[in-house]
Design a protein around this ligand. Structure first.
Ligand code: PRP
Ligand code: URA
Length: 209
């Protein structure tokens, strides 16, 4: 069974509260999402393997630790997942970045694929799939299936706000994928929006409404 990690550090809760407010504009929304993404990335990468390296400090020789290999890929689900990429890249500047384009059909709420471009060696990497909103879970579940079709076996899903329905769907469809989220909200409304949520993440990041 996949693990659900609730990353509710007080600083993250504080920043998320500002993001949720309808008074917050796109500039602040984007900046806060980047800041939270960096903080969440810190937890998501907590168990990455280290190896030992011999170095010389100005005071002498020592055996120190560094991250083993450079095998991380960040894959945002377009559009809103893009808002989490820069924060993660601040933490792991050498990560490769792929893109999966999905939008929800407004009537059926089913995801529709329109783009997929991934690093050529994606199957060898730990993939952090980013999307701030996990609502019905359809988009995340389909994106994970696309990654698995490319051979990925080590996938983590990073969300900001999740609905119980979306968590259940991803855990049922992909029991091997851990979910990291900053909040678990109450329910979905009839339009499959998260309540209380924060509205349409893509529109708020890019100012399209
Ligand atoms: C939003 C969000 C997720 C999806 C979540 O994207 O960013 O990708 O909906 O909903 P689900 O869990 O029910 O699939 P949207 O389709 O609005 O596209 P956008 O990011 O381009 O605005
Ligand atoms: N997509 C969003 O951007 N917000 C929601 O609440 C649900 C899906």
């Amino acid at each position: 069974m996949s693990k659900l990690h609730l990353i509710d550090h007080p600083m993250i809760q504080h920043k998320l509260t500002i993001m949720r407010s309808k008074e917050t504009g796109s500039k602040d929304f984007r900046e806060l999402l980047n800041e939270i993404s960096l903080l969440m990335g810190y937890e998501i990468t907590r168990d990455v393997p280290l190896d030992e390296v011999e170095i010389e400090t100005p005071m002498g020789a020592m055996v120190a630790h560094r991250v083993k290999g450079r095998k991380l890929a960040i894959v945002p689900i377009l559009r809103a997942g893009l808002g989490m990429v820069d924060g993660l890249l601040t933490l792991v500047p050498v990560a490769k970045v792929g893109h999966i384009g999905l939008y929800r059909n407004e009537e059926t709420h089913e995801p529709v694929v329109y783009y997929c471009k991934l690093p050529f060696d994606i199957q060898d990497r730990l993939v952090i799939l980013t999307d701030p909103m996990l609502a019905t879970g359809g988009s995340a579940s389909d994106a994970i299936s696309m990654l698995k079709e490319k051979g990925c076996t080590n996938i983590r899903l990073m969300c900001l706000v999740s609905a119980p329905e979306g968590i259940k769907k991803v855990q049922t469809d992909h029991p091997d994928v851990d979910i990291y989220t900053a909040a678990i909200d109450d329910h979905l409304n009839q339009d499959a929006y998260i309540v209380p949520g924060l509205g349409d993440a893509g529109d708020r990041i890019f100012g399209t409404k």
